[in-house]
Design a protein around this ligand. Sequence first.
Ligand SMILES: C[S@@+](CC[C@H](N)C(=O)[O-])C[C@H]1O[C@@H](n2cnc3c(N)ncnc32)[C@H](O)[C@@H]1O
Length: 150
Amino acid sequence: MRPIGFIRSPYTDTKEIPKGFGVTHEAEGVLELLPEFAPGLMDVEGFSHLFVLWAFHRSEGYELVGRPPIDNRDHGVFATRSPRRPNPIGLTVVELLRCEGPRLHVKGVDMLDGTPILDLKPYMSSIPEEKLRRGWLAEAEVRRGSAQSS
Ligand SMILES: C[S@@+](CC[C@H](N)C(=O)[O-])C[C@H]1O[C@@H](n2cnc3c(N)ncnc32)[C@H](O)[C@@H]1O
């Protein structure tokens, strides 16, 4: 795989990126495609949201079982969004604000400035809300709620 472009984000340090329960990512950024891939953006402007597949290029190694910052219990890497994974690929859904040639202005970035983009796809979800289960995250939220109220 090779990058199709790079992300311009306001974040230069991972500490600046909001984390935690119920966090929403409101930061704006720009997906800058390399000129050779720009023709592939034809018709992208009709979509409100995009999947961005990207590389955790500042992450080293991986941990198959670890403790996410938002819980006090261990979980398998494939049940988390940890940057330390065997194939360090990130996935973020962003809102497409506007297109300027090979530059896509988006909202909802949670990656560092200069992050390599591996792929873009239009966001589509046909899974009804009532069918979605949130696994250990939902349980951790309940545990956290009861810890705060006691
Ligand atoms: C929890 S991950 C989730 C990323 C993506 N939404 C996903 O689900 O794959 C987001 C964190 O990855 C880290 N991060 C962001 N960009 C990175 C990069 N280019 N290299 C390594 N770590 C990065 C930051 O600590 C950020 O808060």
